[in-house]
Design a protein. Structure first.
Lengths: 111, 110
């Protein structure tokens, strides 16, 4: 049974560019949350998707957007990249009454 | 004030010793509490949930004090492999997001 898979694992982008990160949830999970973890910090909640809609959003600018597909997979898009967007981006999938499962993360470096 | 606060450490502990971490949270409506372990440059992994009555899993014991709004993690007979960052996480029923502390770094020395 595959767990949460994220792609790509590493990415280098230039300031001002746009990036799309992808997440496939654990089988049976219907909810996907995205977190940003800067070096030396705990993960910060970006947003959560459920039934293809953004259910809750953290304190992130509109440059961060997402999508959930009918098969529950999800994308995180970041526009106009800043140096400060460099971080580990974590995807977590979940189902009611179950602990979330995390992917291995995508490490984004903005230069 | 941060919603979840932890001592960042590092805690340098000799192998075999007992070590304890505390974590405080500010939202009294928090309902669920967890300890996660994160190895360098890896994703966090659930170590244990924390229940009101306290719970134990092998060498690990977690306690919750709702009145003082803190949770603790005790590691007995520490192993070299326990070296990692330990993250305290809380969640409330009305809020879908997990709120994370910045983590406590633990280094077990031979």
């Amino acid at each position: 049974d595959a767990g949460v898979t994220q792609s790509p694992t590493h990415l280098i982008k230039t300031r001002g560019q746009q990036v799309t990160l992808r997440c496939s949830p654990k089988s049976g999970h219907d909810t996907v949350s995205w977190y940003q973890q800067a070096l030396g910090q705990g993960p910060q909640f970006i947003f959560q998707y459920y039934e293809e809609e953004e259910r809750q959003r953290g304190n992130f600018p509109d440059r961060f957007s997402g999508h959930q597909f009918p098969n529950y997979s999800s994308e995180l898009n970041v526009n106009a990249l800043l140096l400060g967007d460099s971080a580990l981006y974590l995807c977590a999938s979940s189902l009611v009454a179950e602990d979330p499962a995390f992917g291995q993360g995508t490490r984004l470096t903005v230069v | 004030r941060k919603e979840v606060e932890q001592d960042p450490g590092p805690f340098n502990v000799p192998e075999g010793a007992t070590v304890a971490f505390n974590c405080t949270y500010s939202n009294s409506a928090s309902q669920s509490f967890f300890w996660y372990r994160q190895d360098c440059r890896k994703e966090p992994k659930l170590l244990m949930s924390v229940y009101s009555s306290g719970n134990e899993d092998g060498r690990f014991t977690a306690q919750l004090n709702r009145a003082s709004q803190y949770i603790s993690l005790l590691i007995r007979d520490s192993k070299l492999s326990d070296s990692a960052t330990y993250l305290c996480v809380v969640n409330s029923l009305s809020n879908y997001q997990l709120i994370w502390g910045a983590g406590t770094k633990l280094i077990i020395k031979p």
